[in-house]
Design a protein around this ligand. Structure first.
Ligand SMILES: [Mn+2]
Length: 325
């Protein structure tokens, strides 16, 4: 196991100034693996900048080190090395990063099977439940001390990306590492309370509106498609931030007999973010890739321009085609 990180570790140890980055619209794995890696490298005496294009969602502001994340790279470089975690495509690291002239050796550590190997060094392990698992492995291989603060971040990364250890990605390795992170000080109930028992009422107001859009479309013997939609107007009416709809697509998938759940989120004038969720029968990452996105077998997403009716028709047709195959 350790050998796959050899090149990455050699470059990180050699580097003085390191940039750690993850994807736009960050979720638990992006933030947790970013901060876990940043804290590890700071602990190893490196000058570390942790960067995200988009803000850390409120839900994850309690993570140790979240207050050190910057959204502005102006004047921060040049860097000797950049470590990208949980990101399948370079563009998903954001415009700010892509405009950076000197990011140094680009190290790409990820678990998306759709990763296009954009780094100078690529460690892509699709079997890993979360990028946080890989950051853990890297820290062990490099001999970095895993502090309680790092353990909290990496536990959150694994916990959220496995759907609280419900998804098929909940491998023995994921449980083992989570167990070791708990032994290192990550407190499961404290973390669950902050992540899952702490929702603003506005989120439920938004959810009520979104559930009102539910459509269940019977396709064939493989099951049905359940579709939900959230508009900018709904966000406004609920007074909700755009990340409040994260996870709503799971309500669509959670319905009996549904093979694919889909959420259309209006992201701007004539622009939709489409999230797909499956139960194992249909590989939604293939649908997502065909539309220029990425993801995993059971969870994928992409952005599509167009009017709602047009976007909806195209996406439903693609899902039906995949279900007919
Ligand atoms: Mn991930």
């Amino acid at each position: 196991m350790a050998a796959i990180f050899d090149d990455a570790i050699r470059e990180l140890k050699k580097a003085g100034k390191i940039l750690v980055v993850s994807h736009v619209s960050p979720e638990g794995d992006a933030v947790g693996s970013l901060l876990g890696a940043a804290l590890a490298l700071r602990g190893a005496g490196k000058d570390v900048t942790a960067y995200l294009e988009d803000p850390v969602p409120d839900l994850f502001l309690f993570l140790p080190g979240a207050d050190t994340v910057t959204r502005d790279l102006g004047g921060k470089g040049p860097f000797d090395a950049t470590l990208a975690v949980d990101c399948g495509q370079k563009e998903r690291l954001g415009k700010g990063f892509c405009a950076l002239p000197e990011h140094g050796v680009l190290i790409n550590i990820d678990h998306h099977a759709t990763n296009d190997r954009f780094g100078d060094i690529n460690v892509i392990v699709p079997d890993a439940s979360a990028a946080g698992e890989l950051v853990y492995d890297l820290c062990v291989a490099a001999g970095f001390t895993i502090t309680r603060d790092m353990a909290v971040n990496l536990y959150v990364a694994i916990h959220t990306d496995t759907g609280s250890f419900r998804y098929s990605s909940s491998t023995p390795g994921a449980f083992e590492k989570a167990g070791r992170l708990v032994a290192l000080g990550a407190d499961p109930w404290e973390i669950s309370r902050r992540v899952y028992e702490n929702a603003p009422a506005r989120k439920y107001k938004l959810l009520a509106m979104v559930l009102g859009t539910l459509e269940v479309i019977e396709v064939n013997e493989r099951g049905a498609i359940a579709a939900l939609a959230v508009t900018l107007d709904m966000f406004k009416k609920a007074g909700a931030d755009k990340d409040y709809a994260d996870g709503f697509v799971n309500y669509a998938r959670g319905i009996e007999g549904v093979a694919v759940g889909v959420l259309f989120r209006e992201a701007g004038e004539g622009l939709y973010k489409v999230s797909l969720r499956a139960k194992g029968g249909i590989d939604v990452s293939e649908i997502s890739e065909a539309f220029g996105g990425g993801g995993h077998r059971n969870a994928a997403g992409f952005t599509m321009p167009g009017a709602f009716a047009e976007v909806r028709a195209k996406v439903l047709a693609a899902i039906k085609e995949k279900m007919a195959a």
